[in-house]
Each structure stands twice: as structure tokens, then as C-alpha cells.
Design a protein around this ligand. Sequence first.
Ligand SMILES: [Ca+2]
Ligand SMILES: [Ca+2]
Ligand SMILES: [Ca+2]
Length: 144
Amino acid sequence: MGSKTEDGDKRMISRRTAILAAIGVVFAASTPGFAASDYELLKGLDTDRDGTVDLDEATKAASAVFEMMDRDRDGMLTRHELSGRLSVRELKAADPDHDGTLSKEEYLAVVAKRFQAADTDADGTLTAGELRSKAGRALLRLLK
Ligand SMILES: [Ca+2]
Ligand SMILES: [Ca+2]
Ligand SMILES: [Ca+2]
């Protein structure tokens, strides 16, 4: 009797493993590297899980990225610390006090500007589709 139950358990476990494997295959197939899935796009950004990214969520993500990049923790990002997230020209435009570095305020101002540019229907939230646009991808570079 005991061994019979054990066999049953094993069968169930292997069935569950097969289902999980099948799900994994579907996931992998729907997420080729060049076209991120909605899930991939929103991952880590959509903290209230309503399927869109609002400015508050974008700002939070950008703050975390800013702190991660600010290696010497002086509250400023140098071109070096920005490590290619902004081009020289973009950095110049984002640096109104022309000190060659970005404060968090300056960084978040760029984020807000790009957020608005990506929000083509101006409803205050970004869908996965809006994030996939050129403006959306420019914003994502500052958030991840
Ligand atoms: Ca959200
Ligand atoms: Ca500055
Ligand atoms: Ca929108």
C-alpha cells in the first residue's frame, strides 16, 4: 500500500515537472532577445502591478539606478559613471548648470521629459507598447 502511494506521488511530481517544462518552453519562445515581452519590459518597474508604468514608478526606478551608478556616492554622476546611458550631447542638454555632472534632480528631470515623450496618449501611464517606442526605449535606458 505504502509503495503504491509513493508511485502515485512520483507520477504526479513528474507530471508537474513536465507541465512546468512546457510553460518554460512557451516563455522562452515568446521572449526572443530582440523583442522583449511585455513581462520583460515591465519587470521591476511596474511595482503596483497594474500593467503600466506611471511617473512615480519610473522615478523610483531611476533613483535606484542613479544610486547604483554613483559609485563614489558624491550625489553626482560624471560622464564616466553614466557609462554610456547618455551621449555627450544628451548629457550637455541634461546639465543646465554646465558642471559636467548630473545631480539626481537633473537626472530625474531627463527621466520626466522622456516619460512625457513616450506617453503618446498623455494618460500619465506607459503601456508596454509605449515603452517599446523609440522614446520609450530612450526612457528605459535610464531606468534599468
Ligand atoms: Ca504600475
Ligand atoms: Ca550638473
Ligand atoms: Ca500612456
